[in-house]
Design a protein around this ligand. Structure first.
Ligand code: DQA
Length: 149
């Protein structure tokens, strides 16, 4: 059994209340329940976190260096601004999947660039909160492929 970190950036604590026409009606607590169910099914554990503070996300990525076999991250607005989160992820050696609930490519031009995508092993955008579950499945198959090597 491995540990997978699921990290969420700023404003995602308002999921379900914030612009539901873009992000849907599910709350972050609902997403966490779904992620725990999928992780159980896959035989892994998750650590699920959200913060509005860049440094907390960086600290969790540093912790993941010691504790996690993979990271699923929705960096939210930090996606488009944070070299520091990219640097932290570059210091993490296991798989990283970037998730966006909305299709960022269909939205404003400033959302089309992601610093995190330079490091991510895969990017899921526009599949709603299902993207988190799919990202966990992908991380689990990457963990298995690495173990089978
Ligand atoms: C988001 C997309 C970002 O552009 C935005 O700043 C968010 C959420 C998404 O999940 O679609 O806060 O990452």
């Amino acid at each position: 059994m491995s540990v997978i970190f699921v990290l969420n950036g700023p404003n995602l604590n308002l999921l379900g209340k914030r612009q539901p026409h873009i992000y849907g009606h599910e709350t972050l607590a609902d997403v966490e329940v779904d992620c725990r169910r999928v992780a159980d099914e896959l035989g892994h554990q998750i650590r699920f976190h959200q913060s509005n503070r860049e440094y907390e996300i960086i600290d969790w990525i540093h912790e993941a260096r010691e504790e996690a076999a993979g990271i699923v991250i929705n960096p939210a607005a930090f996606t488009h601004t944070s070299v520091a989160i990219l640097d932290a992820l570059n210091a993490f050696e296991s798989p990283v999947i970037e998730v966006h609930i909305s299709n960022v490519h269909k939205r404003e031009a400033f959302r089309h660039h992601s610093y995190v995508s330079q490091r991510a092993d895969g990017v899921i955008a526009g599949l709603g909160t299902e993207g988190y579950r799919l990202a966990l499945r992908r991380i689990a198959s990457l963990i298995k492929a690495a173990a089978d090597k």
